[in-house]
Design a binder for this molecule. Structure first.
Ligand code: SAM
Length: 430
């Protein structure tokens, strides 16, 4: 009998299931990170354009979890295909984001499958459908902790040892808690579930929408990982003395210094990031002079009592909150950053008053951007000395290294939610 159902006119598409636009955005985003090497937070805006804010946030969450669990998700995919899919084919990207929804975000399976298939229209729909069906039938599970990308695991094992790699894997298996820095000592009693690990600090369990927390508009606090607060803590109270805050934007450390009564001159080369610094100062009502300048060429009118150089770096230390970093950063970029840091450190040292201090910091877990930079600096500047960090300047549980540096590592304060990986040195001018 002839099929009398009305036919779809030629060229017309069946409407995509609800939520497909969000997954299309996620696909564009993971492609921008893995193929173009763009940072996730910078690529997110363009990739999710046109979506309502909750859908934008969901697309970013899907990609964040796909990147965090990518090595383990890939193992599952490879175990289910006769030949491994090439690394950069669309079907692998679609499976990565679909399996992140299924296995990490626990999205309803029918929604995951129905929104994945339109992404491979005209392509390997059957393959994607078969793998996602198998994932459900066989009740695929991810391991307890997310494996690091193999190249990072190898590099860090050689630099720091296997126990470090295990701690790093545990640390990046879940998004970190939220740390707030306060201009004035906070009253922890008013914050449910909060824990204070240092003066002017509160830690909240993850999952809070920042803008809805009490006092956001009044500006008494800002979001800043506990490890990121340590460089400014090493400068203590300013009592009106001058500090040059180099590479200052978006201004977490600028606000700490201003709140600690330093007279701050904040410098950064990025106009866009400085606009955020200005917004942060406006919101918190804190004061700093702000200058746009590339410190390879710019120089201040006069030397300062203290200089803080929070140098640009590979950012491998903030891999918990930026799960794209370890997929993008390669040894070549680390070497380039180290070269830039050497130049910036040499410049910064010119602007410290005799007997003053220079704090150098990077949010990197690469010795080339930390210990090795300071060793090279001291070899070139034999009159300078290390001014060792003291345990009483630091949160309980963070102990300075034998040389007097601060080296925060995955695994430190793990029970309390861990902290980002930073290297910090305090140096004294002759
Ligand atoms: C690690 S971030 C700074 C974070 C900031 N200190 C904070 O606490 O919010 C590094 C900054 O260095 C800036 N930067 C990179 N190269 C620079 C240069 N040559 N001169 C001045 N700033 C530079 C970047 O724009 C970026 O804002």
């Amino acid at each position: 009998m002839a099929d009398r159902r009305p036919r779809r006119p030629r060229g017309a598409h069946q409407a995509d299931p609800p939520g497909t636009a969000t997954r299309k955005a996620a696909l564009r985003l993971i492609d921008a990170v893995l193929r173009r090497g763009d940072p996730l937070d910078l690529a997110a805006h363009a990739a999710t354009q046109g979506l309502p804010p909750p859908d934008r946030a969901f697309a970013v969450a899907i990609v964040s979890e796909a990147l965090r669990w990518m090595s383990d998700i890939d193992m599952l995919i490879d175990g289910a295909t006769a030949q491994p899919l090439p690394d950069d084919v669309k079907s692998r990207a679609v499976l990565r984001i679909a399996l992140a929804q299924l296995l990490v975000l626990k999205s309803p399976p029918h929604a995951v499958v129905s929104t994945a298939l339109p992404l491979v229209d005209g392509g390997p729909r059957r393959l994607v459908h078969a793998i996602l069906s198998r994932a459900q039938q066989e009740e695929w599970q991810l391991p307890e902790s997310a494996s690091l990308p193999p190249a990072t695991a190898e590099r860090w094992a050689a630099l720091w040892g296997d126990a470090f790699v295990a701690a790093a894997e545990t640390a990046w298996s879940a998004p970190p808690p939220v740390d707030l820095s306060f201009a004035a000592a906070p009253d922890a009693a008013g914050w449910e579930g909060a824990q204070s690990l240092a003066p002017h600090h509160l830690r909240l369990p993850r999952g809070h929408a920042i803008e809805t927390l009490p006092g956001f508009r009044e500006g008494g606090w800002w979001v800043q990982d506990l490890a990121a607060t340590l460089p400014a803590r090493l400068l203590g109270a300013g009592e009106g003395r001058s500090v040059l805050d180099l590479c200052a934007a978006p201004g977490g450390k600028t606000m700490q210094l201003a709140a600690a009564s330093w007279s701050v001159l904040a410098v950064d080369s990025s106009a866009k990031r400085l606009a955020r610094l200005e917004e942060n100062l406006d919101r918190t009502g804190l004061h700093a002079a702000v200058v746009q300048g590339d410190i390879r060429k710019w120089q201040p009118g006069e030397a300062a009592d203290a200089v803080l150089l929070d140098a640009p770096c590979s950012a491998t230390g903030i891999f918990r909150r930026h799960p794209d970093v370890l997929h993008r950063i390669e040894p070549r970029q680390i070497a380039e950053m180290a070269e830039l840091q050497a130049e910036l450190l040499g410049r910064a040292a010119l602007w410290v008053k005799p007997g003053g201090v220079l704090v150098y910091a990077t949010c990197s877990l690469e010795p080339a951007e930390g210990e090795e930079r300071i060793a090279a600096f001291l070899a070139d500047h034999p009159d300078w000395t290390i001014d060792p960090a003291r345990a009483d300047e630091l949160p309980a549980g963070i102990v300075p290294t034998e040389q007097g540096f601060i080296r925060t590592l995955p695994g430190m304060l793990a029970e309390a939610g861990g902290l980002d990986g930073f290297f910090i040195a305090r140096l004294r001018a002759p």
